[in-house]
Ligand binder design. Structure first.
Ligand code: F6R
Length: 611
């Protein structure tokens, strides 16, 4: 959740670290700090609560130090105050550390160290680490040895970077859980929680594995295991265009990412649609037709928006491959001792590839014999490195905390996957397959068309910006989109919203309906249309204010809805990819009108690496 950066080289560390933290701010933004090691036996530590700009105002950009570490925090233990902001120092001021994760045994360690005369200044779990390293150094061991021994005492998960004021020629870092990536330069090296801050400086990176300890100096990087044995990790070249991670004229990353969806979907589909009708879907899966044929059951695990993608995936896979699919919140699945019969494939859907619950759920299923597949947007993330197979979504970096293009590209991949499994099992009707493939090809143009409806959606936002609640209704594959519309609104505008299957409304939520409740209705022309229409008539009869999304030319909501947006006609099973876009825009514009911080909504973080 938190963001870590480190730099050792010839340039001003203050400037580089601050720039790096800016690109990682999406990981946490309730306080931040930087420690610089000028090499005179002390550190210059600057910290501030609140957003990064508060820290920026306190830093001297001309500081000559060429070694330092920085951190942007999402509070777990201790309030988001300056005292609790990282870097944390040992009592003698000789050791500083930044940490992402949780040290579960910190109270015990704190007591042990206090009994030995060490002092603490913060409420955090992290502080136990530099204090422990400093204590071990007093026993005469080297910095690396003290760091290694301190790691051995920590229980929990961590990505950590640490400096010693009397050894100002190295950064020590380690990982067990949250990600940590090293960027390789010439006469300089970098460290960060993900590749984005590194891309301005280098494309050559090393992803640390769990249990790795890294030593970064100006001239090189060495990696060891926790027993001190040297390891060789591959250097990877990252193809991302750094410009993709900038706002490019849009007011917010979220808006830019909503508008990038036509391109993102094109990139996701590139080289994955068969040219000849007789060819199988060219998905880069290591599974043979026999493997796919023998699949008896699929379990999908995910969190939040990715879980909504999983619900659409269930619909598609069950329809196209006639294989039973269960979809679980990863945080529930991992603890419910799931029954995993032979022939089960577990699919983890995770944009970041770092969500702790999703990774743990996949691990749990793998340990019980399931085969594993990750659907992920981040090459080199933990999910892609631990799953047996990965399908990348190719949405490009998603910086806005609320997921948009990562979601629609997940849906595109799930459609291809459902078709691919269906092909292997012989359950897909060739005509339907051709229709869906053609529909996928047309998606980017349809998404462009829908993006142009933004002015109408702004009107909806203006009218309803002060509503206290929203209800979203849909059926079949549009039900998960109702859930997603409600989640988007909640997380960025802080308006309470619920998504419901339209048919379920009369079993409870109908009690909420009155003239002040906007009801966003998803009603494409599909087999559910008539039923949804009846449900909406029930809502209108109780003065509900209906905002409808329908297929071009459908007049069914005339006289019932307050306003209706007509969306291009697509195969109903592809409608989720189109219908979510207006809902993303609606949340975005309501949040902007309410003055909310769209890209960094309160209490949230992009990558949830804690349970
Ligand atoms: C919502 C959102 C979150 C994530 C969830 C899972 O906009 O972004 O609900 O979808 O935290 O994250 P990933 O997909 O990275 O596992």
């Amino acid at each position: 959740m938190c963001g870590i950066v480190g730099y050792i080289g010839q340039q001003s560390a203050a400037t580089l670290l601050l720039e790096g933290l800016k690109t990682l701010e999406y990981r946490g933004y309730d306080s931040a700090g930087i420690a610089l090691a000028p090499g005179d036996g002390a550190f210059r530590v600057t910290r501030a609560s609140g957003k990064l700009v508060n820290l920026q105002g306190r830093l001297d950009p001309r500081d000559p130090a060429t070694l330092g570490i920085g951190h942007t925090r999402w509070a777990t233990h201790g309030r988001p105050t300056e005292e609790n902001a990282h870097p944390h120092r040992s009592g003698d001021g000789k050791v500083v550390a930044v940490h992402n994760g949780i040290f579960e045994n910190f109270l015990e360690l704190r007591k042990e160290l206090q009994d030995k005369g060490e002092s603490f200044l913060s409420e955090t779990d992290t502080e136990a680490f530099p204090v422990m390293v400093s204590h071990l150094l007093k026993g005469g061991v080297t910095f690396t040895e003290a760091f290694r021994q301190a790691l051995g005492r920590m229980e929990g998960i961590y990505a950590i970077a640490c400096l010693h004021a009397d050894d100002p020629n190295r950064i020590l870092a380690a990982r067990s859980g949250p990600p940590l990536v090293i960027g390789l330069g010439e006469g300089e090296n970098f460290l960060a929680s993900d590749v984005v801050p590194l891309l301005r400086h280098t494309r050559r990176v090393i992803f640390l594995e769990d249990g790795d300890l890294a030593e970064l100096t100006r001239n090189g990087v060495r990696i060891f295991d926790l027993q001190g044995k040297e390891l060789h990790r591959p250097i990877q070249n990252i193809p991302y265009d750094p410009v993709a991670a900038e706002k490019g004229g849009f007011k917010h990353f979220m808006q830019k990412e909503i508008f990038e969806q036509p391109q993102a979907i094109s990139n996701t589909l590139l080289n994955r649609l068969p040219i000849e009708a007789s060819e199988p879907i060219p998905l880069e899966l290591p599974f043979t037709d026999e493997d796919l044929k023998s699949l008896q059951r699929i379990h999908i695990v995910a969190c939040g928006t990715s879980w909504h993608a999983g619900l659409v995936g269930k619909f598609l896979i069950e329809q196209l491959a006639r294989t039973a699919v269960e979809v679980d919140y990863a945080s529930e699945y991992r603890y419910r001792e799931p029954v995993i019969p032979e022939g089960t494939l577990i699919i983890g859907i995770t944009q970041s590839g770092e969500t702790a619950d999703t990774l743990a759920a996949m691990k749990e299923a793998a340990s019980r014999g399931a085969r594993t597949l990750a659907i992920c947007n981040v090459l080199g993330s933990t999910a892609t490195r631990t799953a047996e197979a990965t399908i990348l979504t190719h949405a490009g970096p998603e910086i806005g905390v609320a997921s948009t293009k990562a979601f629609t590209t997940q849906l595109a991949v799930l459609t291809l996957l459902a078709l691919r499994i269906g092909e292997a099992k012989g359950t897909v009707d060739p005509k339907l397959r051709a229709e869906l493939l053609q529909g996928l090809r047309e998606l980017p143009a349809h998404l462009e068309h829908i993006s142009a409806l933004e002015p109408r959606i702004i009107q909806w936002a203006q009218r309803w910006r002060d509503a206290s609640d929203f209800l979203y209704l849909g059926r079949g594959p549009l039900y998960p989109i109702a859930l997603e519309g409600a989640l988007k609104l909640k997380e960025i505008s802080y308006i309470h919203a619920e998504g419901y299957p339209a048919g379920e409304m009369k079993h409870g939520p109908i009690a909420l309906i009155d003239k002040d409740l906007p009801v966003v209705a998803l009603m494409p022309k599909d087999s559910h249309r008539e039923k949804t229409l009846s449900n909406l008539q029930e809502a209108a009869a109780r003065d509900g204010r209906i905002l409808g999304l329908v297929t071009q030319g459908d007049r069914g909501l005339d006289g019932i809805a307050e306003d209706v947006l007509e969306l291009p006609e697509v195969h109903p099973w592809l409608a989720p990819i189109l219908y979510v876009l207006p809902l993303q825009l609606l949340s975005y514009h309501i949040a902007v009108l309410r003055g909310c911080d769209v890209d960094q909504p309160r209490n949230l973080a992009k990558s949830v690496t804690v349970e």
